[in-house]
Design a protein around this ligand. Structure first.
Ligand code: SF4
Length: 212
């Protein structure tokens, strides 16, 4: 309900869309979110996991090396540090993830999917039902939907001072082929492989809200 209120408030202050339409859009997005949560719940139950555990595994399968930390997970799932820490321990005890110390800074721990965790993700994410539904979209429709949802998320995150968790190609720090034939992160100055440049990142910065 709070989401609908924030969303409608945001849209109504920027665009000339009727309130009825704003409520309908927000309601549809919320309904889709609820159905996805319900599918995640059913999937988790089959494997002895809670919804948040499935979300964490899904996040870790998509994020880059700067973001696969307990802090990154906490921000992404929007939970408290203590609750996230418990979830991480459960996933480790069940053999879905490993805690790997950072090579340069021993205080930092990276959370990596084990073979069991990767198999779980490959078999179940994207959620089967949702994946089937997305098949009704053609390539142009999928691209437009992606851009529209991304635009809404950017604005909502900005108004909530939250992180976007976008990919390098929409980040102000990204230097495409900044190291000759290899991409570079302008923030860390490290090289980024093609695959990494499409992973989500907690350090992502939007170049300009208007340009997105
Ligand atoms: S370019 Fe941006 S999104 Fe990519 S790794 Fe650097 S900070 Fe993260």
């Amino acid at each position: 309900m709070r989401f609908i209120f924030v969303f409608v408030k945001f849209v109504s202050t920027r665009y000339n869309i009727s309130v009825m339409k704003q409520v309908r859009i927000a309601s549809l997005i919320e309904r889709i979110g609820n159905l996805l949560r319900s599918e995640e719940r059913a999937l988790g139950a089959e494997s002895g996991l809670q919804t948040v555990h499935v979300q964490i595994l899904s996040y870790l399968s998509q994020c880059n090396r700067y973001s696969n930390t307990p802090a990154g997970v906490t921000e992404f799932v929007g939970s408290t540090k203590g609750t996230t820490s418990q979830s991480i321990n459960i996933l480790e005890n069940k053999g879905f993830i490993n805690k790997v110390p950072d090579k340069e800074d021993g205080r930092v721990v990276h959370l990596e999917l084990t073979g069991k965790g990767e198999t779980f993700i490959e078999s179940n994410i994207p959620l089967a039902e949702f994946s089937d539904i997305l098949d009704i979209l053609d390539s142009d429709e999928a691209e437009r939907l992606l851009k529209t949802l991304n635009k809404l998320l950017v604005q909502l995150q900005a108004s909530n001072n939250g992180r976007l968790f976008g990919v390098c190609h929409t980040c102000s720090h990204f230097k495409k082929y900044g190291l000759g034939e290899i991409h570079q992160c302008g923030l860390t100055l490290e090289a980024l492989s093609e695959k990494e440049s499409y992973q989500i990142c907690r350090e992502h910065e939007v170049p300009s809200i208007k340009a997105v």
